[in-house]
Design a protein around this ligand. Structure first.
Ligand code: SF4
Length: 437
């Protein structure tokens, strides 16, 4: 199958999803088993891949081991074996209602909203619809524009995967910009607004502007910083390169920076391959020309970037293209973690060894960081204390600001992959775990 582009000026690319996945994998890899298994997993976890990723990023001679293939295409190990078996049986029987029922049940067991996002972060006001916003830290408001709750392609490890499945009760989306502005006007302590998703750059520029231009009004002077989370440079760089939609989004960013806002484009970059095409480099240059600051973040995950050299190459390429390395995250406890997750100890080793291979300008990424329910916790090291081994930890952000920046310790656990598997090392560490013993 050829995925010729209609036009590089399109707002969104042609993409492959649904039943066309199987055909594409067979055609490109010649492996019907791989294709069947990907099809089974895609009944549970969302799949979509853009023409750009298929034609210009994936090295099909290396598939399935190509890192961008691993990033975007489903694999049977993304599901627990018993879940895979149930879904496969329904697929083989060809019963759509049965597939749907089984898939919904499996999704419910995959912790679709990690970190208590739905229960603790959504603002509660009688007269403002807070669904589609998150206010976890005092100074920052996350906004999920309704029309931006998809991406040009989907990452297999996405912790927001529940946004993209056909289950409305799992989705976060704000009803419109009015809910955001009313909430901001009620909370003048908010200095940072982050538009997120999904990917806000899947939206038409006029829709994006309907969220961003109100931030220029005098009532919202307290909003200093506008952040836009996106993976468009990796999945559809033409969004920033060609045609009226590309030009208008750059003008919009320029209006914000000219008005004195700090505009941070939070690029999601997982692997250096995403920065090696001419179109990706050109998209970065155009973004930087608006006065926006480009920062990059991604989780460290198996099969894609679980290698210090991969991170060193990525950070060096980022610096070369005016992108500031910002975060190395830990894969969250949701979705396809059986496939992508790494022990915290391994994540820390990768981070440390990668740092050793780059100059100071490449060492700005903080990591490995768990964005957990109580806050963002960075692993600062593995230390020997009183004859015992411990993780040295620190909150970079916390629901309770008193916790930020103070070192604390957890019992070292070679297998632990997430915050909730850690235990306080000593009595003085309990307060950081909410009083756990
Ligand atoms: S680009 Fe971001 S939001 Fe979209 S699928 Fe990937 S990780 Fe999820």
């Amino acid at each position: 199958m050829t995925l010729a582009l209609d036009s590089h000026t399109a707002l969104n690319p042609r993409s492959v999803s649904g039943d066309r996945l199987r055909k594409l994998v067979v055609e490109r890899t010649g492996d019907p088993v791989l294709a069947h298994e990907a099809h089974v997993v895609s009944q549970v976890l969302p799949f979509k891949v853009s023409s750009y990723v298929v034609d210009e990023l994936i090295d099909w001679d290396r598939a399935p081991d190509d890192p961008i293939y691993r990033l975007t295409f489903p694999h049977r190990d993304m599901l627990e074996p018993e879940h895979f078996a149930v879904i496969e049986q329904a697929v083989v029987q060809g019963d759509r209602a049965g597939i749907r029922k089984a898939a919904d049940a499996v999704r419910g067991s995959l912790n679709p909203h990690p970190g208590d996002q739905m229960s603790m972060n959504v603002p509660q006001h009688d007269d403002i619809d807070g669904s589609g916003m998150q206010h976890k830290y005092a100074e920052t408001l996350l906004v999920f524009p309704r029309q931006g709750q998809t991406c040009h392609s989907y990452c297999g490890y996405c912790f927001r995967w529940a946004q993209f499945v056909d289950q409305a009760d799992l989705r976060m989306a704000v009803s419109g910009p009015e809910a955001m502005t009313r909430y901001l006007d009620r909370h003048p302590m908010i200095t940072d607004v982050l538009l997120t998703g999904g990917d806000p750059l899947v939206m038409r520029t006029d829709l994006l502007a309907s969220y961003l231009e109100p931030l220029l009004e005098p009532e919202r002077e307290h909003v200093d910083t506008v952040r836009i989370g996106t993976k468009a440079v990796s999945f559809w760089p033409y969004r920033l390169l060609a045609g009226p939609e590309a030009d208008s989004v750059l003008r919009l960013l320029e209006r914000l920076t000219a008005a004195g806002k700090h505009v941070a484009v939070m690029l999601h970059l997982s692997h250096v391959a995403e920065l090696q095409t001419d179109v990706a480099k050109a998209a970065l240059a155009r973004l930087a020309s608006t006065g926006a600051v480009l920062r990059a973040q991604a989780p460290v995950v198996r099969h894609v970037n679980d290698d210090p050299r991969a991170w060193a190459d990525l950070w060096q390429a980022q610096v070369r293209h005016n992108v500031v390395p910002y975060y190395m995250f830990v894969e969250r406890d949701t979705g396809a973690r059986p496939y992508y997750g790494l022990p915290l100890a391994r994540a820390y080793d990768i981070y440390r060894e990668a740092l050793q291979q780059v100059s100071g300008l490449g060492r700005t990424a903080r990591g490995p960081v768990m964005s957990a329910s109580p806050g963002k916790v960075v692993i600062d090291g593995v230390v020997e204390l009183d004859g015992g081994r411990a993780f040295a930890l620190r909150y970079l952000q916390a629901r309770n600001p008193q916790m930020v920046g103070r070192p604390f310790f957890a019992v070292y656990d070679e297998q632990a992959q997430w915050w909730d598997e850690l235990r306080p090392y000593g009595p003085r560490d309990r307060e950081f775990f909410g009083g756990l013993s």
